[in-house]
Design a binder for this molecule. Structure first.
Ligand code: DC
Length: 257
């Protein structure tokens, strides 16, 4: 039986969905998004990559010309801004688009200014509190893979499944470099390793919600695994923790098929 938990036209959650949540946390380039995306397809769920919230907040501050180091001004602006999450306009995607004050922030989220500013914004405690509230409201719809850094610890401490994806620094830097090489020439692996190390240190030492493994999370080290192997293992973990899923045999065909 094919079992879609979301009505794909209206995206209205169906009954029994609320408790069906998978939290995936992990450091940069650990494969969180790729694994989360694949799982969301297999289960017919939505993918909520919470990094988009911090990126959208950064974009909003930058377009309003607020200096990111002025934490209170940034927090005031974010408090006064309206964030709206909607199913991705790309029908092939299981993800969400984010609107800020009615403007679609989605096309701007990977711009280099946002990329370099987002760690500063993500470290502001008031901004995090506001984002966490929105994330919890969105996740209450259920049938969702929620990906981030603090999902199992702060956003969804009661999620039935928590996976902490990890990989060695070296492997993550190699993956990052390969990703970047697809977009531009002359990527230097050593400098990617240094940047990865710097971002890790920042995420882990942040005063508010540092990247830590939830005590009830299952750590999946993907250093020696292919992406497909990581996805299969993550799926097994979810099916063990949420037995209803195994009964429904719910895999949905990949997008476009
Ligand atoms: O996963 P990402 O690269 O899109 O995340 C962007 C930034 O937001 C990164 O600095 C980590 C931060 N982040 C966070 O602090 N907490 C989350 N739940 C998600 C992302």
């Amino acid at each position: 039986m094919v079992h879609h938990y979301h009505d794909r036209m209206t995206d209205a959650p169906m009954s029994g969905c609320q408790d069906l949540l998978v939290a995936i946390d992990g450091p940069v380039a650990s494969g969180k998004t790729a694994v989360g995306e694949a799982l969301s397809r297999r289960f017919g769920w939505r993918l909520f990559d919470t990094g988009i919230m911090y990126r959208a907040a950064t974009w909003q501050a930058q377009r309003r010309a607020v200096h990111l180091d002025e934490h209170e001004t940034v927090a005031d602006l974010i408090r006064a801004s309206e964030f709206r999450l909607v199913p991705c306009s790309d029908r092939n995607s299981t993800g969400l688009d984010v609107y800020v004050d009615g403007h679609d922030a989605t096309p701007h989220l990977r711009e280099s200014a946002v990329e370099s500013g987002v760690p500063t914004v993500a470290a502001i405690a008031e901004v995090r509190a506001l984002m966490v509230e929105i994330q919890q409201r969105e996740a209450a719809r259920g049938c969702m893979i929620v990906v981030g850094r603090d999902i199992g610890t702060v956003v969804l401490p009661h999620a039935p499944v928590k996976i902490f994806l990890d990989a060695s620094e070296q492997v993550r830097a190699q993956r990052r470099a390969a990703e970047q090489a697809e977009q531009s020439d002359g990527v230097d692996e050593e400098s990617v390793l240094v940047a990865t190390r710097r971002r890790d240190a920042r995420d882990r030492s942040r005063r508010t919600s540092p990247l830590v493994v939830a005590s009830d999370a299952i750590t999946l080290d993907t250093s020696e695994l292919t992406l497909d192997e990581s996805i299969d293992l993550a799926e097994q973990i979810v099916r063990q923790r949420i037995p209803e899923l195994s009964l429904s045999g719910d895999a949905v065909p990949p997008a476009g098929s």
